[in-house]
Design a binder for this molecule. Sequence first.
Ligand code: NAP
Ligand code: GLV
Length: 311
Amino acid sequence: MQVVVSAPAEVSERWRDGLAQAAPELDFVLWPEVADGDAEAIEAAVVWNAPPELYARCRHLKCICVLGAGTDQLFAPGIELPEVPIVRIVDPVMALRMASYVLAAILHFQRDFHDYVRQQRERVWRKHRSRDSHRVRVGVMGLGAMGRASAKLLVTNGYDVAGWSRSPRRLPGVEGFAGEDGWPPFLARCDYLACLLPLTAETRGLLGVETFARLPEGAVVINAGRGAHLVEADLLAALDAGRLRGAVLDVFETEPLPPEHPFWDHPRILLTPHVASITNLETGVVQIAAALRTVRDGGVPVNLVDRARGY
Ligand code: NAP
Ligand code: GLV
């Protein structure tokens, strides 16, 4: 089976080599090193932000494996996807990475590190009183692989945790809310709101002025889902009006974040360059190799994306 690998330049060879080691019987070729005639023979694609022409030229794909958890990139305008199974990564290692990011983001504001960093620069010795974790209400948007692991770690750390999902989900120690009816009461109890949703038509722009207005005064917003979940101008307005206390952002409408973007200098925004939960190569290649073998043998792989739902 011939498999094309299209990943960001700085990691593409590592993924190709890792996959070749995990499945030596398969033939991996890097995009765009695929001659026109050879594209016809390619039966699977392993991708992260692959260009639309890959799908146009590799016309006999039987499967697409995404090198991450989120698959919104496949449904972007200009991409014509073949009707084949789409497999994503569902990995406890990644989920724990996300959970630790969410915990760190909360602690940054809860324990006033955002102020202490500034105070240290100014040589100011001033103590702040922080709220203990059991008095901090956290809401996790999305209770999938990422959201469940994050909610679990937060419960373990003594927070008052709620979760919001499309369908009702039960998790130990987590107050569950679902769908449109659950949205207002969920938001009303979020001192910290962490967005770990997939980007779909329903979730695009969800972190905007109407959502912020439903949060308790002085809430902190964490976005590690996708940049387009957030209405950037609404966030700036809510921070500058004091409606929100702060934001921790890992994902952006445009990545890398342009140098002139107002988020860089904002005193109440902590930003990171899309690193909340980087895909783990060691476990990732094993999962993808298993999916490719299943497809080669005529089976149905696990961790499939539901195209109708968009995630
Ligand atoms: P997942 O397992 O598919 O879970 C998605 C969750 O979101 C599910 O609980 C789902 O509800 C919920 N959801 C989807 N649409 C909804 C809607 N309209 N209203 C309410 N809830 C909705 O996804 P995952 O593996 O946890 O990953 C989630 C996202 O995290 C990815 O899509 C990606 O965008 C982002 N991510 C970011 C990074 C990073 O480094 N920043 C890394 C990995 C992932 P149901 O349970 O009812 O289906
Ligand atoms: C990263 O953003 C992912 O979706 O895996």
